[in-house]
Design a binder for this molecule. Structure first.
Ligand code: DGJ
Length: 718
């Protein structure tokens, strides 16, 4: 049993394989956090405490004040003066609520969230439901905690029901609140921009609130929803670390407050700037899910906990099969595609050993550049005179699978769709909507828009033998207004919009069960746990420069496993050394290519074929293996890491020199996951190493020359 109730039903103890999370009901009403850390049996109960200027209830006296305690969840205006997780505005207009404990329930499995993706439970997952009630507003609050024992992850989300007599509005909703009675911690986040996502940032907490988030209607290139808190001294292998993430692809806000008493409060939830949700009497709201993990043994274990969880509980089963090695047309052709050219790509691609040709942007409507066509999802007959189905049949005859690019959430003003339905784009009545990449965002909160999209894709792709969709999204949401919702519900548009996106994604997976999805948002603009439930991988970044990629991938791998990361080799400009470097950088994730094989030399194409064949022998190590970082490119002039298969019989070590790397030797690269008593042989060089030698460290030479990378594929001798 992973959830226990002790102390005469007053303390809830949630156990994963290696961690414990506990909180208790204090004074019969308040939920107070006890502990989150390595497995533990005994806890210090909550001791009454006072804090000057604390606000307290007369009946309990000043020794109980929410501000003085580690609240399990805090409510605006009810005595916790730090950032609070829930603000609900009722008839009195104050936003003050005071939810009090009523009851609990423990059940097997999990509570599924209405219209939102959420983690699949393990066979032994259990869920704790805590019921609280705010008497004055008549609202009921249900907190859900689901335990994922194997990966040491616990998730939280909440449901709010208006069972009162008046309408209420939820103004703030953060499913994770974690109070730690210490402040000597660092915060790790991933920041970036288009073409430069997932930069790893680690900074000491300062007093006050530090926060990252998105008010862009997408999780964004700018700040990823992943966040971690760790001890100042924590390394990959040592020290305490807490990781957090949000199973949601829209606007979010993560905040960490270090208060005047050197206590830390972590919160994760919806972005309040972009969210206000009205609940009429009898209505309910279900929040997205947020997840957390704890590692007593460094950041590396935190990363591996999340990798295990994402692979097992988030990614679809199909993502565990080998991912196709794709040849994508974007960097090779941009919009300049047609049937003849693509058939040449298909023929040559099949000969070279590619699994799949992916036709990127430019195949539909009047889509000759980015100024027109989005929304008109039928093939352009000048480019495909025989129709899509016949074209794809021809592609398949060459012996290669076929994937197609779509961007369903978008519309160009210059399109038939927009001319027919201008009100289907997000807009604010009376204001000119802002363009971005010459496009507007469809109002996915509307059922008629979703149904239109289902119908048109259903018709266009009917009888077309598709194996893969690249699902793109190339602008953020501005002028967020819906023509269908009344003024008092406009604050819901962003949230309803993303639910519409999920609905359409879900429909695609059911309508085209033989096709897999790669999601993308101008590269890594929606690299999040929400999107990961629908696709086999995510296009990590539009930046395919291997030097930048090394940094981008290093950030992304901190939170997300290799199988989520789509990594393409782009044009090496006839330079074999550059091709080798690009390939080795791409081997951090799932390999693909994005270059014009019709214009490459035979020598380059032959090497690409060799790489593809080699990759097929290695990809299972990245896809299902454990990741160990040895040298972080943010800190060193080279990046070094290895993957180890679960049984540790295979290790794949990569060392990538950055531009400023000097000739010399690396620090000892300790492959501690190697079996101590085994002997391994590097498949590439034939060199033999004992497990002990690998664990005590390999020192590799650094060339200091451009485009240098090394790969060791160590297999246990049988
Ligand atoms: C942005 C994507 O990230 C690119 O890979 C490509 O698909 C373009 N969109 C096409 O418009």
């Amino acid at each position: 049993m992973s959830i226990k109730v002790t102390n005469k039903n007053k303390r809830f103890v949630l156990n994963t394989k290696n961690t414990t999370y506990a909180f208790e009901v204090f004074k019969g009403h308040y939920l107070i956090h006890n502990y989150y850390g390595r497995t533990k049996q005994r806890f210090q109960g909550v001791k009454p405490r006072s804090l000057s200027f604390g606000a307290y209830e007369a009946q309990y006296g000043k020794r109980y004040s929410p501000d003085a305690h580690s609240m399990e969840i805090s409510f605006y205006g009810s005595g916790d003066f730090r950032d609070t997780s829930l603000r609900i505005c009722g008839k009195d207009g104050t936003g003050v609520t005071d939810f009090r404990y009523k009851s609990f329930r423990i059940f097997e499995g999990r509570h599924k969230i209405d219209g939102l993706p959420c983690a699949r439970p393990d066979a032994d997952s259990e869920t704790l439901e805590i019921h609280l009630r705010d008497k004055l507003s008549g609202c009921d609050l249900y907190l859900y905690y689901t335990v994922f024992p194997e990966s040491d992850v616990i998730s939280r989300h909440m449901v709010i029901e208006n069972n009162g007599k008046h309408t209420v509005r939820i103004d703030r909703c953060r499913p994770i609140e974690l109070c730690l009675e210490r402040g000597d911690l660092d915060m790790i986040t991933l920041w970036g921009a288009w073409n430069n996502e997932s930069n790893y940032q680690r900074v000491p907490l300062h007093h006050g609130v530090q926060s990252v988030g998105s008010r862009r209607g997408a999780s964004s290139h700018q700040y990823n929803p992943f966040m971690a808190i760790c001890e100042h001294s924590a390394t990959e292998e040592k020290g305490e670390a807490y990781g957090f993430n949000f199973v949601y692809s829209g606007s979010f806000q993560n905040s960490v407050e270090l208060d005047g008493k050197n206590r830390t409060k972590v919160q994760m939830g919806l972005c309040p700037d972009d969210f206000a949700y009205t609940l009429e009497v009898g209505e309910r709201f279900e929040s997205p899910e947020a997840v957390m993990t704890y590692s007593p043994s460094g950041l590396g274990q935190m990363t591996r906990n999340f990798h295990n969880f994402v692979r097992k509980n988030i990614m679809p089963a199909v993502s565990h099969k080998p991912h196709p090695v794709v040849l994508n047309t974007w960097e090779a052709c941009y919009f300049n595609i047609d049937e003849q050219k693509l058939l040449q790509f298909a023929k040559k691609g099949a000969e070279m050993g590619f699994d799949m040709l992916v036709m990127d942007d430019g195949w539909f409507g009047e889509r000759h550049n980015d100024k027109a066509g989005l929304g008109d999802w039928y093939e352009n007959r000048e480019k495909f005179p025989n129709g899509l189905a016949a074209f794809v049949r021809e592609v398949k005859k060459q012996g290669i699978q076929f994937g197609i690019w779509v961007e369903p959430e978008m519309v160009n003003p210059n399109s038939e769709l927009y001319r027919a339905h201008p009100d289907w784009a997000l807009h604010v009545a009376g204001r000119e909507p802002l363009l971005s990449r010459n496009q507007l965002v469809l109002d996915m909160s509307r059922d008629d828009v979703i149904e239109y999209l289902m119908n048109i894709f259903d018709k266009t792709f009917d009888g077309v033998d598709l194996d893969y969709f690249k699902w793109d999204m190339n602008r953020h949401l501005s002028n967020v207004g819906s023509a269908l919702l009344p003024p008092e519900r406009q604050g819901e548009v962003s949230f309803r919009h993303i639910k519409g996106v999920y609905r359409l994604l879900d429909w695609f997976t059911k309508r085209f069960p033989n096709a897999v999805i790669e999601t993308c948002s101008g590269g890594g603009g929606r690299y999040d746990l929400g999107m990961m439930q629908y696709g086999i991988q995510i296009w990590t970044s539009d930046n395919t420069n291997p030097y930048r990629r090394t940094m981008i991938q290093s950030g992304a791998i901190t939170a997300y496993p290799a199988l989520t990361m789509s990594c393409h080799v782009s044009n090496p400009k006839e330079d074999m050394r550059s091709l080798d470097y690009r390939y080795k950088v791409a081997l951090e994730g799932m390999l693909g290519y994005e270059l014009n094989i019709l214009e490459m030399s035979d020598e380059i194409n032959a090497e690409i074929s060799r790489q593809i064949a080699e990759y097929r022998t290695l990809e299972h190590v990245m896809r299902e293996g454990d990741f160990f970082r040895l040298a972080a490119p943010e800190k060193e002039t080279y990046s070094a890491y290895y993957y180890a298969t679960p049984d540790r019989s295979e290790l794949l070590l990569t060392l990538v020199e950055k531009k400023d790397c000097k000739a010399g030797t690396s620090k000892p690269l300790k492959l501690k996951a190697a079996k101590q008593d085994a002997v391994y042989t590097d498949v590439f060089s034939g060199e033999r190493y004992t497990g002990k030698e690998l664990a005590s460290g390999l020192t590799l030479s650094l060339t200091g020359e451009a485009d240098s990378a090394k790969l060791l594929y160590l297999k246990e001798n049988q």
